[in-house]
Design a protein around this ligand. Sequence first.
Ligand SMILES: Nc1ncnc2c1ncn2[C@@H]1O[C@H](COP(=O)(O)OP(=O)(O)OP(=O)(O)O)[C@@H](O)[C@H]1O
Length: 585
Amino acid sequence: MKELQHLNKYFLKYKTNLIAGVIITIIARMFLLFTPRYVKKVFIVIEQYFANSISTEVFKAELLEAIIYIVGAAFIGGVLTFFMRQYIINVSRYIEFDLKNEIYEQYQKLSLNFYKKNRTGDLMNRISEDVSRVRMYAGPAIMYSINTITLFVIALIYMFKESPSLTLYTIMPLPILSVVIYKLSKEIHKRSTIVQEYLSKLSSFTQESFSGISVIKAYGIETQTALNFETLAAESKEKQISLARVQAWFFPMMVLLIGASNLIVIYIGGMQYINGEIESLGTIAEFIIYVNLLTWPVATVGWVTSIVQQAEASQKRINHFLKIEPEIKNTVEAETEINGNITFKNVSFTYDDTNIQALNNVSFDIKEGETLAILGKTGSGKSTILDLIGRLYDIDSGSILINNKEISQLNLNNLRDNMGYVPQEAFLFSDSLKNNIKFGKENATDEEVIQAAKNAQVHKNITKFSKGYDTILGERGITLSGGQKQRVSIARAIIKSPKILLFDDCLSAVDTETEEKILKSLYKITQGKTTVIVSHRVSSAKNADKIIILDEGKIVQQGTHDTLIETEGYYKHLYLKQLSETSSK
Ligand SMILES: Nc1ncnc2c1ncn2[C@@H]1O[C@H](COP(=O)(O)OP(=O)(O)OP(=O)(O)O)[C@@H](O)[C@H]1O
């Protein structure tokens, strides 16, 4: 139960509802336990009537009174049970909601490294499956436990008062029932987890094959894919059947054990009646009702135990994530002003998951409003520089200064607010085009959205869609071309009008003519802003104030376009190659 203590703060938050729920549960059970005693009374009255010890009028009056009590108690008990569920189960839903938000907020705080180390499926599972299991503890488990304890205590008091020996015989099979249900619940849980795994395997498989349907068709492997699906579905079916086999034992076991208890009551009770140890047959009827009332709560002891065990395991997994400290933390609460001076001093950086040293002793300097272009072979560390400027990772050695201040000494939110980043692979959300652009500035007006799209040279494409800026992207919407996606992504970054703009090879999917147009409008927009452009094309770099060439994480050349085309090296080579490509077109 150690892990589940994490939920105590929520129980405290909803204590009023919980306490009300507990009190209502206790009262509801008290009313429920009225019935057996009045049934016994009915038996006694009938016995007295047949023994001629009471008149017909008294018999009728007593019978009516008992019926009114039984019906009244059942009605009140029913209404209270409704409120019991309303209070306790609702609390578990509130806790489920709070816990999901807590986990999601933590996910948002965690650094990129966390996402590299954990699979998406695992992250999703903790926020859905695991939280659902914990909810079963916070709601049903608590409700059934209070229910069982109350029923048991009150019923046992009544039963002992009637006949201690009959009570002992009657409750004898109940612990067996509890153990059997516990074992069954555990086995059911084990098998349903496997079934669940197969279901997610099946849905991942189908989702992937639908997403990659064009590749499947192009390679003509439909039959093979269908065969793989069939194999997976057959395994899944086997697991479902094995689960159903265990589940099928649940109710027969309950019926068997209730039957055994009833038989004991009738047999022992009958013997005691014959021997004159109990005064009325009504006692036997009363006990039979107790047995039936107690069976379900006793069965739930086993069920609740397995729920608590599962919840504990799930909460342990959740706590593991909740306890992870974000690697990149905002240590400065005060607002820090960000201008665009960026300095790298002997920066080295190694990705800790791959142990690849991406940057080795890199130093450069960009003044506010300047443009830096970074070129170099693939894998040379260009994107890493952009990630480090955005402080997505902390460096191993050296220092990165922005505003002449260590990057770690800046307010992280201010830093990122003042930054517009266009990634190498544009990611657009399944939302309207307008909202995808506004993502960079939530309160942007329609005019600002259009202007940003115009500057990114994508406005004309957007107006050609019948729904224009309201066109929905993603699975159920249209799919943009690679170049269109890149330009929407550029519009998203420039609408913010940030101090620092980072473009990561984001013009690779557009033709040189469109690139030229975008560069022209970017030239105007980036005036006064510090801009870093990562590219493989000289055309994107030639107007930069400074160009650096990276090779295996080291700066091997730096200068301006004019100086670099005069110097033997990567840049001149690239320039000549691209120049000949353009002239041969
Ligand atoms: N998230 C990451 N985790 C681990 N290693 C990484 C990660 N990102 C990049 N690397 C490695 O670091 C090195 C530099 O990568 P980086 O993405 O900075 O290169 P790049 O110059 O931008 O390449 P490209 O031109 O292909 O985009 C590569 O060897 C790469 O495999």
